[in-house]
Design a protein. Structure first.
Length: 92
């Protein structure tokens, strides 16, 4: 699995750029598609008031949502926690 491979390698690894190029391009394409096609349609269909209500509800739920904990040095975390945090730090 790509995420596991990336978690195991350093950004200095000669294969790192090649391994991250396709996922990055895929996410960028997805974001562009949402911003250019989906968001305008949703704005048109729902209207300002309903979008504001949805936004307020999302903010309320975000505060109640479970958080991804940082791995404890004394406990082995689940494998999927490692790459998420590591990749987030690399791309921040």
């Amino acid at each position: 699995m790509l995420v596991v491979e990336l978690a195991a390698m350093s950004p200095d690894d000669e294969r790192f750029d090649a391994k991250t190029t396709v996922p990055i391009e895929s996410v960028e394409h997805h974001v562009e598609e949402e911003e250019q096609e989906w968001f305008p349609t949703v704005r048109e269909e729902l209207g300002r008031k309903q979008l504001q209500e949805m936004g307020a509800r999302m903010l309320e739920l975000r505060d109640k949502a479970p958080r991804l904990r940082s791995p404890s040095p004394t406990r082995r975390p689940h494998t999927h926690y490692i790459p998420c945090g590591r990749l987030r730090r690399l791309w921040a």
